[in-house]
Write a protein that binds this ligand. Sequence first.
Ligand SMILES: NC(=O)C1=CN([C@@H]2O[C@H](COP(=O)(O)OP(=O)(O)OC[C@H]3O[C@@H](n4cnc5c(N)ncnc54)[C@H](O)[C@@H]3O)[C@@H](O)[C@H]2O)C=CC1
Ligand SMILES: O=C(O)[C@H]1O[C@H](OP(=O)(O)OP(=O)(O)OC[C@H]2O[C@@H](n3ccc(=O)[nH]c3=O)[C@H](O)[C@@H]2O)[C@H](O)[C@@H](O)[C@@H]1O
Length: 480
Amino acid sequence: MVKICCIGAGYVGGPTMAVIALKCPAIEVAVVDISVSRINAWNSEQLPIYEPGLDDVVKQCRGKNLFFSTDVEKHVSEADIVFVSVNTPTKTQGLGAGKAADLTYWESAARMIADVSKSDKIVVEKSTVPVKTAEAIEKILAHNSKKINFQILSNPEFLAEGTAIKDLFNPDRVLIGGRETPEGAKAIQTLKDVYAHWVPVDRIICTNLWSAELSKLAANAFLAQRISSVNAMSALCEATGADVTQVSHAVGMDSRIGPKFLNASVGFGGSCFQKDILNLVYICECNGLPEVANYWKQVIKVNDYQKTRFVNRVVASMFNTVSGKKIAVLGFAFKKDTGDTRETPAIDVCRGLLGDKARLSIYDPQVSEDQIQRDLSMKKFDWDHPVHLQQSTPTSVEQVSFIGDAYEATKDAHGVCILTEWDEFKKLDYQRIYDNMQKPAFVFDGRNVVDAEKLREIGFIVYSIGKPLDAWLKDMPAVA
Ligand SMILES: NC(=O)C1=CN([C@@H]2O[C@H](COP(=O)(O)OP(=O)(O)OC[C@H]3O[C@@H](n4cnc5c(N)ncnc54)[C@H](O)[C@@H]3O)[C@@H](O)[C@H]2O)C=CC1
Ligand SMILES: O=C(O)[C@H]1O[C@H](OP(=O)(O)OP(=O)(O)OC[C@H]2O[C@@H](n3ccc(=O)[nH]c3=O)[C@H](O)[C@@H]2O)[C@H](O)[C@@H](O)[C@@H]1O
């Protein structure tokens, strides 16, 4: 029986391995982690991450051919294929701080693999890593193992959160990069055989190592660039009376451009877009390509601009101050159908409003109060380190309360900010919300989920990203 071990039981390691176990009953899959609480959760009824369809997949295989364990060394030493899906955060100190990927966790995993291995292994980069990481990993393995043969493959993951199971069941493509040697080709074929259990072979792309590593960074950069492009247009739409939804539709109908990923928003979030672009920028700078680095940096600058612009719209609309005013925040996760808050635009928007002394009452159907307090008090980039290494008792931010219900959160509020596109926000009884708010009552829709005209009929003053402006906002500066 082929044995697979995955180091890192996070958003990628957990779901990807669960799907491999489901689709390949003859393969034994062990997912290991240094975080005891994470592994306990994977072995419980309450999985550590919320992902539609995941419970069902895990329940079908757990205890049969899918195991979650903290016995990292045992499972690594027994495995034929070792996936490494550990954190690759942005460095906060030293060379490349604020941009370069911190490979501490990757390196320690590689050294451990070398230490405990007694048989040949294929080591698979599942984490998103800088180009040429495989070369460094090869050196660590070669210098520390006892004449054991390791083949390194790059097999980056393209799943998106909230649709992870759907993406894994039916991926657009699976990418496998390896050494262009007979041993490399054999290793690629072994991994290809695993995916071929359910992925059509024409969707399994094989490349050299560096193309695979760079393609992952490039794919995320292209996706984020589309959002920054449409968000930049949203500012121009507001200035000119154009409607960004109509513009996106007209642009996306061009088959060369395509309709997906053109929704204007308060800004993109999530654990990877910013981190991976910063990493790409750093690699470009290290390779003497400052113009290329600056090009990609702009994607992040526009994203920051969009979040600042939103905060300024809120403050400017409400007589240039939100000091002491109650603002309801609906949605804190970085997108709907996930409880993940990593790099969510809600953090920057809430901090901006708190900077103007607002009182916030936050509601999100999947995010806990503890998580919100942690996010609002954490330093930049600290969130991307393993949970057990993070501060356990966050300093609670005064002026922030967490409310378990949208109606309660909006009661007596001066304004409502919608920051995540949860479906339930479309169906709220806005008349009831209006009746219980201070007047004038404002809605700032950062995700274009509400019907602005209907809300205006109720009496709200409405700001929707990239839409023709409410008369109230017309003479106010877009960026105060
Ligand atoms: N979250 C996502 O949607 C995607 C993430 N990625 C990439 O995948 C990688 C992992 O991301 P996530 O799963 O989101 O991170 P995560 O933080 O959810 O999971 C990483 C896990 O690795 C564990 N870990 C760290 N060092 C370890 C070690 N030496 N031994 C054993 N366990 C260790 C941590 O305790 C943690 O549970 C990152 O490089 C990320 O860029 C790629 C595609 C999608
Ligand atoms: O490397 C990763 O981590 C992953 O990053 C993204 O996946 P994810 O961050 O989970 O979610 P997305 O659906 O891409 O959304 C990212 C952010 O962009 C925002 N977004 C997305 C689409 C859009 O049209 N407009 C927009 O503002 C979302 O609300 C969210 O805040 C990519 O889509 C995945 O392919 C990739 O594997």
